[in-house]
Each structure stands twice: as C-alpha cells, then as structure tokens.
Design a protein around this ligand. Sequence first.
Ligand SMILES: NCCC[C@H](NC(=O)CCC(=O)O)C(=O)O
Length: 445
Amino acid sequence: MSAREFNFDGLVGPSHNYAGLSFGNVASFSNVKSASNPRLAALQGLAKMRALAARGFAQAVMPPQSRPNLRMLRSIGFGGSDAEVLARAWREAPVVLACAYSASPMWTANAATVSPSADTVDGRAHFTAANLNNKLHRADEHAQSTRTLKALFADEKHFAVHQALPSTPAFGDEGAANHTRLCAEHGAPGVEFFTYGRVEFDPSAPSPKKYPARQTLEASQAIARLHGLDSARTVYASQNPDVIDQGVFHNDVIAVGNGNVLFYHEQAFADEAGVLGRLRNAMEAVRADLVPVRVDTREVSVADAVTSYLFNSQLLSKADGGMALVIPQECQENQAVARYLERLVADGGPIDELIHFDLRQSMRNGGGPACLRLRVALTDAEAAAMHQGVVMTETLYATLVAWVEKHYRDHLEPHDLADPQFAIECAVALEELTRILGLPGLYDL
Ligand SMILES: NCCC[C@H](NC(=O)CCC(=O)O)C(=O)O
C-alpha cells in the first residue's frame, strides 16, 4: 500500500529557556542560564516546517505542552495559589522551577515510538509515548504526549496509542530518538531498528561510565511487543558506550536512517559489523538491500559530529528518487563537516542534496532538525483519518507566525520564570492555540 512519511514538528512553547537540565547533553550543559529567545525559537522551527511543506514533504505540527507544570510543583510540596507556588519554588528550588517551565516537548522525536501499520500484527499504526524518565524536566511529558496523540490519531480503526512504559530505570525510554525504520518504501513492511545504551538485567552488557544511558534494551523490547512487531524484522543494537560518554545522549546524534539507507558514524554502535549483518538479514525479509553510508572518524570526529549535529539531520526521500539531508547551519560552520558534506553529495550516492536551516535556538539546548520531528508513515486512508488541523499549509503557517508574534517574548532569563504574569501569558497563548488547531480540550488544565 502506498504511504507517505509525515514529519510532526514540535511547535516551540512560549517558555523555551536554557536551564542546563540535561546532564550528558553537552549543548544543554554549556548554555545553562543564558538568555533565550522563545519567539525566535518558535519562528525558526516554523520556517523549517513551512519550507519542507512547500517542497512537497508531508508536514504537520505537534502542539507544545502546557507550562509551567504546576501539577509537578504541587506534587512535591509547593502549595497555595499559583503565584505562591511559583514564588516559593523560585526561592527554594530554582532548578526545579526551570524543570516545570522547560519547553522540552518541542523535541518530538522523544515524544513517542511509532510503528506504521505495515509493520504491526493488527495492521494499525501504533504509538507509545516515551516515559523520558531519565530527566525530571521531561519525566511528565508522556501524560500530555499520550493525550495529544490520542487527539490527533483518535480513530481506533486505524490507530493504537499506548500509555508510556512503567516509569522506572529498567524501562528508560526516549522514543523515536533511538528508533529507526528501514524499508524499500514507506508503505511496504519495514525493519524496525532499536538502539539502547544499557541493559538493566545484564550488568555485563556495555554501558557508559560518565554520562547516563537513557534507553534500555528492556524498554525497546517492550515497545516491540506492544506494537505487535515481527521478530524477524526487528533488530536491537547497543550504542557504543564510549560515544555516549562523549555527548551522544541519543542515537539520533550519531545515526539516521531512511528508506534503505543508514547514515551513521563508524563509532555509533558497540558492534558495527554485527549490527550491519543483522540489519541485512532482516532486510532480506522485506526484499530491500541495506545501503550503509558510513562516516569514518578520520573524516569527522565524534566531537565534530556532536557539535555540528551532522547526524541529527532529517533524511528525506524526494519525488525524483534521491534523498535530501536536512541539516542545521552548524554543519556548514564546522570545516571538517562542511568538507565531508561537499563530498557526500558529489559522490553519486543516495544522498544528493543538502537543505540547511538556522535552528540555533533549539541547537543551544542540544536539539537539531531530527530532534524536532516525529516521523509517522501513513497510508492515504490513515492520513485522511487523522486530525487535519495540524497539517502544515501556507495558511496555518501565517496564522501560527502571527500567534507567536502576538504572544511570545523575545528575551527570557532565569528570573523571568518567577514572574506570575509570565505563567498567565503562557496559558493565554495555549488557550488560543487550541482554537487555531481545532483541538478543544487538548490540555487537562
Ligand atoms: N532530542 C533532543 C533532546 C534535547 C533535550 N534537551 C533538553 O532537555 C535541555 C533542556 C535544558 O537544559 O534547559 C534533552 O536533552 O532531552
């Protein structure tokens, strides 16, 4: 059956800020407490959505989550009126207040793992919201992610939306950032490729020493079961723990796949040859040949990959049969990466075009083009059955730009989070957004 891959990009929320909350994510740590520009962040994200939609790629928008997360603050003992909760949290636990204000749901690659209907036993598209339990500021996202996915993909004839896995270290799950689908074409059965950083019940398995491994094998296996995947077409691979310790906190910082192409760094996996062998075998079952595009360390070091986010790119199939790599402009500012990319598109391989965007506001928190989008391959019938108000069009783009310009601040510093007026501003903005997107009751306020 023919299908198209929709990219659901996260709309950056009005409280986008830099709080250094993600230990192991180099950019987040280095920009702690610097001033952010939520308006610019949202406009940069929207510009990417619009440009890709205008090129004919299927593009949709995923709404932000409601911030501040007063429910979380109240659950840990901050009481009284909303203003009192915020004032006391600011006084006693400013980092926790920043967690309650994080706009991190903008990185929708972490919202869920998605298995298209061509891969699942019941022929429905399956979604499991990621519990993101490794970080306080992200650990509550799954509740709204589930709610949002249920609102967008409500038709149970076509879609199954699962609750997040139990929120315990054994089931650490970061969603599609550690999940890749390889296939001959989006509508055909594919191979689902899960990467993990740690195995809870095998202490002898490789794991990083310095930074946390956010995804476990047990979580990936649970998702494959929930989605009803065929074990012959499901591959698990350990990330290389040494690269996690160099800032590769998600596999999508060092590898990206699309169609039958896997673009990856030679140090991405603990056992490169074994992984490629298993992928090749699994792909035989779907009559597709794996095309690995391997980047050697002598061409691009892991450090250059982490600062430029070369692999946190989107790899998109074009109508002409080629593939475009959607990269952040940091790739062109890094000499080794820029030189590599020139050769890549000239060498006659599957990737023949570069599309670059200024996503600096997101990049400063460690989120590149790939972090900002959730891939959902949908047949025509499924695409017609999902909520239509989020599909990116020129009209929606213009409406959202006007909405951002009306509601978003262009300068946000840590102390602004203590201002009760700011919480009201955020609530008013999202209330209007539910009307723009035609999603009344989206938020459980
Ligand atoms: N897929 C990209 C995710 C980036 C995200 N950054 C953050 O949450 C940084 C937030 C801050 O530090 O304020 C993370 O590490 O999970």
